[in-house]
Design a protein around this ligand. Structure first.
Ligand code: 2AM
Ligand code: CA
Length: 284
């Protein structure tokens, strides 16, 4: 069953095995660099620090993946022009390709720079626009979250399942603070203001990919954020759906690779969660 008939493997090398091994190697290397980030470079704002570590990790991941699958396309955060327009253009360039690896080499760069141990490597493989493999690796805790389309999502060999919190009042949510201060940040702050009295609590921990993995693992009931890019979401989106959760845009439309304003949940709270954001005028 070699070749392109099976969407999950080429020859004997499984896409998932390559994703897992690559994430582990990149994650270990990133961890070894904690504290060594003298060569700071600034992208679009001082909140968007990009280090040599991001670039080095992406180069390592790209080389490993393309060694196994030279005909595949690669979309990585560091290969795109800065800002939302750069990210949208970079996705447009590859979205028609059959197999596209979508990679955030270091999601949570700000945390990494500060030595705050909540950052991740996010690697997804999309086949004809649909994510079929998603891996998010947290090197600080040595946690590898792995999902394969139709085969479930796993952490340390155990199947993951989203939380059972049926009401907002029992829910622990997470969000992220958008870098756009004119429209997105005020909108999100309205969402936080409206939701915080309705839920158990809200966390803002700084790695979208890991927030999605935490929803998949049942550690968070839900998550939303405005202005994210394909590489922040692709791997985590499959972790969530394969764990029984739901991912949509803020209008409730199904997640696609182009989705930038996202909400994710255990499914049970999704409608109430969305209604609360809508009523707070937090939907952009
Ligand atoms: P990063 O660390 O890879 O940049 C935190 O709210 C989330 O937003 C992180 O996943 C972070 O990913 C992402 N993020 C940070 N700066 C961003 C920017 N300028 N545009 C889009 N996403 C950003
Ligand atoms: Ca990111």
């Amino acid at each position: 069953m070699a070749g392109e008939k099976n969407a999950f493997s080429v020859g004997s090398k499984s896409y998932t095995a390559v994703a897992v091994n690559t994430a582990a190697r990149a994650g270990e290397w990133i961890k070894s660099k904690l504290g060594e980030f003298a060569n700071l470079d600034v992208k679009t704002s001082h909140h968007d620090l990009v280090t040599e570590v991001d670039k080095g990790a992406e180069a390592m991941i790209k080389k490993l993946i393309l060694t196994y699958f030279p005909s595949h396309s690669f979309l990585g955060e560091e290969g795109a022009e800065p800002g939302a327009d750069g990210a949208i253009k970079a996705l447009e360039k590859v979205r028609e390709q059959e197999y596209v690896w979508i990679v955030d080499p270091l999601d949570g760069t700000t945390n990494f720079i500060h030595g705050f141990p909540f950052f991740s490597v996010s690697i997804a493989l999309a086949h004809k626009g649909e994510v079929i493999v998603g891996v998010v690796y947290d090197p600080s805790k040595d946690e590898m979250f792995v999902a394969e389309k139709g085969k479930g999502a796993y952490l340390k060999g155990r199947r993951m399942h989203v939380s059972h919190d049926a009401r907002l009042s029992e829910s622990l949510l997470a969000t992220g603070l958008p870098t756009d201060k004119t429209v997105n940040l005020p909108a999100n702050l309205r969402g936080i203001q409206a939701l915080s009295p309705q839920v158990r609590n809200i966390r803002i921990v700084g790695s979208a990919a890991l927030h999605l993995a935490y929803v998949a693992a049942g550690r968070l009931s839900g998550f939303w954020e405005i202005g994210l890019n394909a590489w922040d979401l692709a791997a985590g989106s499959l972790l969530v759906t394969e764990s029984g959760g739901k991912i949509t845009d803020l209008h409730g439309n199904p997640y696609e690779l182009s989705t930038r304003n996202v909400m994710v949940s255990n499914g049970m709270i999704h409608d109430d969660f969305r209604k609360a954001l809508d009523e707070a005028d937090a939907v952009v």
